[in-house]
Design a protein around this ligand. Structure first.
Ligand code: 1GP
Length: 248
């Protein structure tokens, strides 16, 4: 029987098994084939696909290419309602709960809902929290929302708690792509203590030490995007580190 993506995330979360997701932004990937081959060779758990702003490339075609090279589940991480494709395995249905922009809390969802229904995609209702990562990122600029201050773990904690109470199934703490500073361990720990959902952490993670800090603080899934373009061995270093961490 086919295990749905979310069920497999919950199983791993409950077993304390950590995961690595590689973010592929169709606008910023230099060599898609090579990036996917590296994910495959290292046993990456998930591929996230999307971006705050896509100016070139087709989501459908990019997913088809990825799928021709690997069986790793592809999850849409949409920057807007145009980034929907039934070629993906699942879609993170993001509600920007750190912001107060009604469109990104519910408005875009209303417009997308009939298309999502028709697509047959597995939908994972996700509480998306932008956290201040030391510079203005595309995500905070495009969303027109103020990120949660990095030194206020209690705001992130209460936001995640409210999101879980509203029925969201996954919490995503994002310092934004290319952030100067990743989400702090204190903030991840505060959210981890507050909610039972799996937690995703990304934005500005450029080293195995930063990924380990996030996993140890309570992240189930660490997301790395930009840094894999600059460092060819980062994916395998991260997966080797993750395997060593799991065997302790
Ligand atoms: C951003 O979490 C992702 O939404 C990944 O960020 O590109 O900085 O790794 P980076």
């Amino acid at each position: 029987m086919l295990i749905r993506v979310y069920d497999s995330l919950v199983q791993k979360h409950q077993a304390g098994q950590k995961m690595l997701a590689v973010l592929i932004d169709p606008d910023h990937v230099e060599n898609l084939e090579e990036s996917v081959r590296r994910c495959n060779a290292s046993g990456v758990d998930l591929i996230f696909l999307g971006g705050s702003l896509i100016t070139s490339g087709s989501i459908d075609e990019t997913i088809r290419q990825i799928k021709s090279l690997t069986d790793i589940p592809v999850l849409l991480f949409p920057g807007d309602e145009l980034q929907i494709s039934s070629e993906a395995d699942a879609l993170l249905l993001l509600s920007l709960i750190s912001g107060r922009n009604a469109d990104l809390l519910i408005g875009k969802h209303v417009i997308a809902a009939p298309y999502l229904k028709k697509s047959g995609l597995e939908l994972i209702a996700t509480g998306y929290m932008l956290i201040d990562g030391g510079k203005i990122t595309t995500a905070s600029y495009i969303s027109g929302s103020v990120p949660i201050p990095a030194d206020k773990p209690e705001i992130a904690m209460c936001t995640a708690l409210a999101g879980e109470m509203l029925g969201l199934k996954l919490m995503y703490m994002d310092a934004g792509s290319g952030a100067a500073n990743p989400v702090s361990e204190a903030m991840i720990q505060a959210v981890r203590k507050a909610v039972d959902t799996p937690i995703v952490v990304g934005g500005g993670i450029r080293s195995t030490a930063q990924a380990v800090a996030a996993w140890n603080a309570g992240a189930d899934i660490v997301v790395v995007g930009n840094a894999i373009e600059d460092d060819n061995s980062l994916i395998s270093d991260l997966m080797n580190t993750l395997q060593a961490l799991q065997s302790i």
